[in-house]
Design a binder for this molecule. Structure first.
Ligand code: PRP
Length: 221
């Protein structure tokens, strides 16, 4: 990897970091110690020996930072990329981390025959676009209540019939009396690049993509 000019990389907060960190090391990106300190309030972090700055943002905002040029590069869930569908983002590599699924869930016991005879459903979700698209294909109108977190609370509190959210272990659904009814899409993290940055810095960015591709392949072997 041969990065010469300053490069800003958007990295999501949260559980993905532990999977991402070894891949960053493999390509020679070593963030300053504060990056790994959950209590640090800093949002930008320098890297040793490289003109690379990492910015730590919410997973849902990575694509927006890259699409609008705030960051040149990012690591972003395919769920978020599908929800926003930004045309300015190039996504050359599946990082093979952050595996989970975007699913519909309903209170346990009321979901045996999902969506039979329904023409309208009310869904709490962070993903209104993907939710509407999924139900529209079935001829069902989805009324979405947009939440940013604690979505699993919505059915029990009478706000929605069902939810659409990420499921990994299923523990959060179980703890809230919900069960998966259908999978909308499988999810993993992607390396993403602002398209105009890719055009103007193709040699540097190309070397970075290949470095990450090697790290991902090595990890899978
Ligand atoms: C995600 C998601 C679910 C949970 C699912 O939230 O929104 O709540 O993980 O994981 P599980 O199936 O292993 O229980 P996350 O913890 O990433 O926090 P968030 O609400 O900030 O997205």
């Amino acid at each position: 990897m041969n990065i010469k000019q300053p490069l800003t990389i958007a990295v999501p907060k949260g559980r993905i970091l532990s999977e991402l960190e070894p891949l960053l090391s493999k390509v020679g990106i070593y963030p300053e110690a504060a990056f790994f300190d959950e209590n640090s309030r800093a949002l930008q972090f320098e890297c040793k020996g490289q003109p690379i700055t990492l910015i730590r943002v919410r997973s849902f905002d990575v694509a927006t930072f890259v699409a609008f040029g705030g960051a040149h590069v990012g690591f972003c869930g395919s769920d978020v990329l599908m929800e926003f569908d930004y045309s300015d983002i190039y996504m050359p590599l599946d990082m093979n981390i952050g595996h989970c699924r975007l699913s519909i869930a309903a209170p346990v016991g009321v979901s045996e025959k999902p969506f039979a005879r329904e023409s309208h459903v009310r869904i709490a979700t962070k993903y209104p676009n993907l939710t509407r698209q999924f139900f529209a294909k079935k001829g069902i109108q989805a009324e979405c209540i947009k939440l940013s977190g604690a979505i699993e609370l919505a059915p029990a509190l009478g706000m929605a019939d069902r939810i659409v959210d990420l499921v990994s272990s299923g523990a959060t659904l179980k703890a809230n009396g919900l069960e998966e009814v259908a999978v909308i899409t499988q999810v993993s993290s992607r390396l993403i690049i602002n398209r105009s940055v890719y055009k103007t810095r193709s040699a540097e960015i190309g070397s970075m993509i290949e470095a990450f591709r090697g790290a991902v392949d090595e990890r899978a072997a």
